[in-house]
Design a protein around this ligand. Structure first.
Ligand SMILES: [Zn+2]
Length: 292
């Protein structure tokens, strides 16, 4: 009983860059983690609390006043919460890093005990032919309001109602990319790359998995014709104010828009990121609130 859902997700921005797509994908990840019950608060709130523990000196004193058993339980919960938060940061970085160094055809987030037994799979298809490389992504960031509109349209999408109305217990979240290139041998592979990927020979998902297919679609801003003077090229800061994304994407073997025909002739393959997010749900400890 395979349940497959396909939907379109619009991104309204004047110029679509790989950096903007990575930013949107990261926001989708954060939204899904909260909506699918893998973190107890929206990501920014969650991150705020966990980071607060790190630099909160008073916390230490409070903890010393607790009896040892409770202290141990609270500390253990906080360590788990922190490890989940750190893995989300690492996954965000893996997404940025991959979009920076190679062309991504699609990617997916798998929610489940193992990457071969997911309960829910969210595949996001990248509009690769609309991605421009000769623009600085910082100059063409998606507006916060437009990003929120995109996220809301995903979270309130009618075809996801029945999936989102069911609670998902904390589980693992895996990240996989469909790439045109071997990311580990690619000349673009930077030494400072922080995360590794493994080739995935068997990429089909089980029929019991909820299979959500999301087509990202670039929607140009209606007024973008008039915005030509805001473009990084026209400001002549293109060469001076070059972003890391751009630096990597202007090499002779450029990807995305430029040489797409070459890519379309290549075999694509699935790669699994080594980064895994383990969902966090606090266990109640009598009389204690781990978030304080
Ligand atoms: Zn530009």
């Amino acid at each position: 009983m395979s349940s497959r859902v396909e939907l379109n997700l619009f991104l309204e921005v004047d110029i679509l860059t790989a950096g903007t797509i990575a930013e949107v994908i990261n926001s989708v990840l954060e939204s899904l983690l909260y909506q699918r019950n893998q973190i107890p608060f929206v990501y920014k709130t969650y991150r705020y609390y966990v980071n607060k523990w790190n630099d909160d000196d008073e916390q230490q004193e409070d903890m010393e006043q607790l009896d040892n058993v409770k202290n141990f339980q609270v500390q253990r919960q906080r360590n788990l919460a922190k490890s989940t938060k750190d893995s989300i940061s690492a996954m965000r970085e893996a997404i940025n890093d991959t979009f920076r160094r190679t062309a991504v055809k699609s990617l997916r987030f798998l929610f489940g005990g193992t990457p071969f037994t997911p309960k829910e799979s969210y595949t996001i298809h990248i509009p690769i032919e609309n991605v421009l490389t000769n623009h600085d992504w910082e100059q063409h960031r998606i507006e916060a309001q437009k990003l929120n509109e995109t996220l809301i349209s995903l979270l309130t999408n009618e075809s996801l109602y029945s999936i989102f109305s069911q609670n998902l217990s904390p589980t693992n979240v895996y990240l996989e990319f469909e790439l045109f290139d071997n990311p580990m041998t690619s000349t673009r592979s930077s030494q400072d790359s922080k995360s590794n990927m493994y080739p995935k020979e068997f990429s089909a998902i089980p029929s019991s998995c909820k299979d959500i297919q999301i087509n990202l679609i670039h929607k140009r801003k209606p007024e973008s014709e008039n915005m030509i003077f805001k473009c990084c090229k026209d400001l002549h800061i293109f060469e001076d104010n070059i972003s890391p994304y751009l630096k990597n994407s202007t090499s002779p073997s450029g990807f995305y828009g430029g040489k797409k025909s070459n890519f379309f002739n290549q075999d694509v393959g699935w790669w699994e990121s080594e980064v895994i997010v383990r969902g966090f749900k606090e266990q109640s400890i009598k009389g204690q609130n781990i978030w304080k």
